[in-house]
Design a protein around this ligand. Structure first.
Ligand code: URA
Ligand code: SF4
Length: 205
């Protein structure tokens, strides 16, 4: 099975990784997407936020979390006291997967093959950034990083031991947008982000 590994430079900074990722053919998603949407943020960020894959707007504009979910995320981060400019924001899959319905492109969840194929990019980002805390946004990101048995409904908002950085998962901002009780779902997201931030503020060093 092919993956991104042969496209990932063995060293280099985030700009080098981003440039190399433009030409990634590690799975088939590059064929229909507009462009690779790589992570963005300072290389010395203490916090990494990781989502699922770019959406329609992200695919067109080439930046992570800049569509409706990104706007909600920005608000939630600000409310939790986290400056988006200080965090590194990325996705476990770096090309948009979709199905066409007329003129609209509808998000399609990435499969195991694509998630596993794209993992070398996330690993490379983590080697450069070396964060103290990783916040997984949604079940797909959480399972990719914490394993298939992770359950967002019961394990969100708790630090999960056994990783080289502190890691916690919360709801995906898109799920908040779709929630029947959006205010409640939004408040829960903000609460988890506050827990996440508290985890590194109290960790010393
Ligand atoms: N949803 C994600 O998971 N990532 C993005 O970048 C945008 C929407
Ligand atoms: Fe490469 Fe990831 Fe894009 Fe697949 S989704 S082509 S592995 S960057």
């Amino acid at each position: 099975m092919s993956d991104a590994a042969s496209f990932v430079p063995s060293d280099g900074d985030l700009d080098d990784l981003r440039a190399a990722a433009r030409d990634c053919h590690g799975c088939d998603l590059y064929r229909h997407a507009t462009q690779t949407v790589f992570g963005e943020g300072p290389a010395d960020a203490e916090i990494v936020l990781v989502g699922e894959q770019p959406g329609d707007q992200e695919d067109r504009r080439g930046h992570p979390f800049v569509g409706p979910a990104g706007r909600l995320l920005d608000r939630a981060l600000a409310e939790a006291g986290i400056d988006r400019g200080q965090v590194y924001v990325t996705n476990v899959v770096k090309h948009f997967k979709f199905v066409e319905r007329g003129k609209r492109r509808i998000h399609k969840q990435p499969g195991r093959t694509e998630i596993v194929a794209c993992a070398p990019w996330f690993d490379a980002e983590m080697r450069v950034v070396r964060p103290r805390l990783v916040v997984c946004l949604g079940s797909v990101a959480a399972k990719a990083i914490l394993g298939q048995s992770f359950r967002i409904t019961t394990q969100r908002g708790q630090f999960i031991p056994g990783h080289e950085y502190r890691v916690i998962a919360t709801a995906h901002p898109s799920a908040v947008l779709r929630a029947p009780d959006r205010a409640e779902a939004y408040a829960a997201l903000v609460a988890d982000l506050k827990t996440a931030l508290g985890g590194i503020s109290s960790a010393g060093e």
